[in-house]
Design a protein around this ligand. Sequence first.
Ligand code: INS
Ligand code: FE2
Ligand code: FE2
Length: 314
Amino acid sequence: MVNPGPAPEIQKYLSRSGADLESTSDAVDAVNEIKGKVAKGEEVAFDAVTNFDNEKDKNQFRKYEEACDRVKNFYREQHEKQTVEYNVKARVNFKSKTRARMGVWEAIEMLNTLVDESDPDTSVSQIDHLLQSAEAIRRDGKPEWMQVAGLVHDLGKLLYFFGAEGQWDVVGDTFVVGCGFPDAIVYPDTFKGNPDSQNPEYNTEYGIYTPHCGLENLMLSWGHDEYLYLIFKNQSKLPQSALNMIRYHSFYPWHREGAYRQFMVEEDYAALKDVLAFNPYDLYSKSDDLPKVEELKPYYMGLINKYFPDEIEW
Ligand SMILES: O[C@H]1[C@H](O)[C@@H](O)[C@H](O)[C@@H](O)[C@H]1O
Ligand SMILES: [Fe+2]
Ligand SMILES: [Fe+2]
């Protein structure tokens, strides 16, 4: 008899298996572990093994209370203006046009002038941040698709050059609109100025959503994650795990602080695993050592050609 292979529900996970799953049995173990924990109502956390293993160094990042005014002012504006109404408008606007046509490397170069106002940890330009992330992933021997995820994950910040209203609808951590704003978001007090926080249809645990409706059905605040996910979902050969890393990498209240569990379905735990495997390379690779862009270009062009068409409709 022919071996029927893993059950369809397991297959679903295998096709999106995390970066460190070497074999089918690893993947099945991982899935069983997730399922067991979910069934018992336990929190699922995954420790990614990376080069950044010094806890003392890790504590130097994301210190928002000590951040400069540039960061604080950014979040006040973002938290006041990211409403359900704006979100719907931004999504309709996204679908209404193509903003530019260019290749992935050209897009990376275009980001050269952008310095992210929301980021307390880096003041290097975005091209440097992308290469720092990709190089850290490569150094740890992770697969090519994940190196590519590192290389492109912040390309959604191109939105800034495509008629964004400022940086508040492009960068910064993301959160859900249409339900209450949890304290797990940085500077939670600033939501007082967001009209949605006074709206009884929105300001509850579930707001406009239903229990365990799945992350897929939530409106995440509009910015570079969601935009880039929408672009690459149809215009790349990236595996689902890479798309998860792109789509949720700024969703810190969810992936780091444990908020929004009331909306999760089983497959969202696989996405969580992907995002947690990616996060150290995004966050802890931030340093002032500038990568040598021209030296690295040929290697990354090779990867770009494997995963993307020559021209993307942005
Ligand atoms: O300030 C940063 C930056 O904007 C990143 O690109 C984003 O992914 C992070 O969530 C945010 O904390
Ligand atoms: Fe980002
Ligand atoms: Fe990043």
